[in-house]
Design a protein around this ligand. Structure first.
Ligand code: PRP
Length: 208
């Protein structure tokens, strides 16, 4: 049995459809209920829904053999796992954004609000800019509007949230998409199954 951690939400549903097309369907997953685990013994798969940022924790510790995680989460937590494939879904970018009128004169420490302190720190280190990180857990766009920060480092997908809050994107830090990740021990001991699955997923992805 391969244990698969899927991120709860739209991305997870999209990812599941790729597994389904690849021949790893699990019909009970479509039932309307609040169950978190679904399995299809015939296909040798067990899926479970986890909070998107927790996928890499399940995979790193071996509670899941494989999982689907955003590159943002992988870069932020740097888990000790294998990244097997780019699924080409959940495409967005990590960017700096701020109020339209903001101009960084570099005469004082830059206040950066973000859910991704590690990525933000790395980026500003690389450009040698001194910053003060304000770690938030959501609705990051509020921070510059209320004067809590000068800029934000956050995910931009369509850009709508920024636009509707009178903010604008500035530098792109990194492009993001969903990745198929694997536990290192599982990859060794279930190599045949995981490799076959990986190949089938790539084929299903290519046929889309
Ligand atoms: C993410 C991100 C932005 C928004 C970007 O938020 O933090 O707020 O999506 O998408 P857009 O460019 O298409 O508007 P999420 O929905 O994950 O909520 P949260 O960060 O507020 O928890």
């Amino acid at each position: 049995m391969i244990n698969i951690a899927l991120p709860k939400g739209r991305l997870g549903e999209k990812a599941y459809r790729i597994f389904e097309q690849a021949g790893y369907e699990c019909p009970s997953i479509h039932e309307e209920n609040r169950k978190l685990i679904f399995e299809n013994p015939e296909k040798g798969v067990r899926y479970f829904w986890v909070k998107p940022s927790d996928v890499v924790i399940y995979v790193e510790r071996g509670a899941a053999d494989i999982g689907i995680a955003g590159k943002d989460i992988i870069l932020e937590y740097e888990p000790d796992i294998y990244e097997l494939a780019d699924l080409g879904i959940g495409k967005c970018r990590m960017a700096v954004a701020c109020k339209k009128e903001f101009c960084d004169t570099r005469d004082r420490t830059l206040r950066v609000a973000t859910k991704f302190p590690h990525i933000a720190r790395g980026y500003y280190n690389r450009i040698s800019r001194e910053i003060d990180i304000i770690k938030l857990n959501g609705s990051i766009e509020l921070a510059p509007i209320l004067g809590l920060s000068d800029v934000i480092v956050d995910i931009v997908e369509t850009g709508k949230t920024l636009l509707e809050n009178d903010l604008e994107p500035r530098e792109t830090i990194v492009d993001i998409s969903a990745r198929l990740v694997a536990n290192k021990v599982s990859y060794k001991f279930k190599n045949k199954e995981i490799s076959a699955m990986c190949q089938a997923l790539r084929a299903a992805q290519a046929n889309k």
